[in-house]
Design a binder for this molecule. Structure first.
Ligand code: ARG
Length: 457
């Protein structure tokens, strides 16, 4: 196929070079953005009198036809085309003749591709944000059923203090709500219109760049043509936002993997969202969560690809930048797939509240509350801490718990202890009393849920 730029060349490029150079296999997915960008550009060219109004209208109509034909499957991408931009333009020219050849006036593929990626990725930001919202809502739904489900909270993977299942999973809802903020922030910086930068040095044509921006729903235009064509910060930014999001999903997955082990048995995954083993008949594996944990590395890799690709590029456009697409599209696809699988898996899992409570009853997670009991009776905290430590050691010696240790043992260490100590250290009291904002008490978690719901609205 003769290239659109063939004029300067005396022979065709080697077919291998053509394959190596071509990006249509991965940039074809931007066809809608490319065509909408061209429609806006042609409209503006017509309005400015840079091309004839009638020709501008024909071009817009031709482009709409191409979009409809791709959508309906009537027009198939040519794998030999250099990229999506060349493909659309050559089909337009086939269909319109010389009129089609006027579309690329005052434009370069350099600003065109910069426009297309921004336009395409802002749509992806919206889709991912919608998925993250749905996940947060799913978590909130489950949390609302578990305000009273006591479970051990951990530090260093050691049972530490009692929390509730609602409180624990709401921590992930908080992380995800920050991911939403980051996505919105990233989208805001992305939503800037680069057309008019042309190859690198702008143009002599009297463009109305703000009009093109307005037609395409961009908030502003880029203000330096060199930067306009060579900026891929928004790809790096999105990949880093997605990396943090995957880090959150991966931590959540890690806990779910532990929770379904026989060692914990805090939850049971639905059969539809787990898999068996080819040899061990008893197995039920949490493959989805393991894959999410694994794919997190892949998204981090995409971020590294983008940062490394950019780190020593001189201004302005360099072909290296064609590599941005596979990396950022892979990150986007991976994140979307992970969240959409995670949501129904999470929504259908069974919470084994009794097992959580049993685990909470062991491990002296009420020891802090026992010390606080003495503090409330006037003892300095450090002294109370020491006495409670001795009590715990005594329990271990007698193979019992603080709840079951006889009062006589308590009173050997301090006569401040009375019968009411048992109420003070009961798991329910320990949780109920932690009613500080941000705490695990049912009321506090309900307030947390309401605040997050209000934010989502
Ligand atoms: N396919 C190219 C890319 O993705 C489009 C821009 C090509 N520009 C150029 N001067 N060769 O970056």
């Amino acid at each position: 196929m003769a290239m659109m730029w063939a004029g300067r060349f005396s022979k065709d490029v080697d077919p291998k070079v053509n394959d190596f150079n071509s990006s249509i296999s991965f940039d074809a997915r931007m066809y809608r953005s490319d065509i909408e960008g061209s429609i806006a550009h042609a409209t503006m060219l017509g309005e400015q009198g840079i091309i004839d109004k009638s020709e501008s209208e024909k071009i817009v109509e031709g482009l709409r036809g191409i979009l409809a034909d791709i959508d309906s499957g009537k027009l198939i991408f040519d794998p030999n085309a250099e990229d999506i931009h060349m493909f659309v333009e050559s089909v337009l020219t086939e269909r319109l003749g010389d009129t089609g050849k006027r579309l690329h006036t005052a434009r370069s593929r350099n600003d065109q591709v910069a426009l297309d990626i921004r336009h395409h990725l802002r749509g992806e930001c919206d889709e991912i944000s919608a998925l993250v919202r749905e996940l947060i809502e799913t978590i909130i739904n489950t949390a609302q059923q578990h305000y009273y489900t006591v479970m051990p909270g951990y530090t260093h993977m050691q049972r530490a203090q009692p929390v509730t299942f609602a409180h624990h999973i709401m921590a992930y809802a908080q992380m995800l709500s920050r991911d939403l903020d980051r996505l919105a922030d990233c989208r805001r910086r992305m939503n800037i219109m680069p057309l008019g930068s042309c190859a690198l040095a702008g143009t002599t044509y009297p463009l109305n760049r703000h009009r093109t921006a307005e037609l395409l729903g961009f908030d502003d235009i880029t203000y330096n043509s060199l930067d306009g064509v060579s900026d891929r910060d928004f790809c790096c930014e999105l990949a880093s936002v997605l990396s943090i999001l995957m880090m959150h999903l991966s931590r959540f997955s890690e806990e779910i993997i532990m929770w379904c082990s026989w060692e914990f048995k805090f939850i049971e995954l639905d059969d539809a969202y787990s898999t068996g083993s080819s040899i061990m008949p008893q197995k039920k594996n949490p493959d989805i969560t393991e894959l999410i944990r694994g794919k997190t590395g892949r998204v981090y890799g995409d971020l590294m690809t983008l940062l490394s690709m950019m780190k020593n590029l001189p201004l302005a456009y360099n072909k290296d930048m064609q590599e941005d697409k596979e990396a950022i599209f892979d990150a986007v696809d991976t994140v979307k797939m992970c969240i959409s699988t995670f949501i129904p898996m999470f929504a259908t899992m069974t919470v084994l509240s009794d097992n959580m409570r049993r685990a909470a009853a062991k491990g002296f997670i009420n020891a802090t509350d026992c010390a606080d009991y003495l503090v409330k009776k006037g003892l300095p905290f450090r002294s109370a801490y020491k006495i409670t430590g001795t009590l715990v050691a005594r329990c271990i010696e007698l193979d019992t718990t603080l709840e079951e240790l006889p009062l006589t043992e308590y009173r050997k260490l301090s006569d401040l202890f009375d019968e009411d100590v048992y109420k003070a250290i009961s798991l329910d009291t320990c949780v109920m009393q932690r009613n500080v904002d941000g705490g695990p008490a049912p009321d506090a978690v309900a307030r947390q849920v309401e605040a997050l719901k209000a934010k989502l609205r």
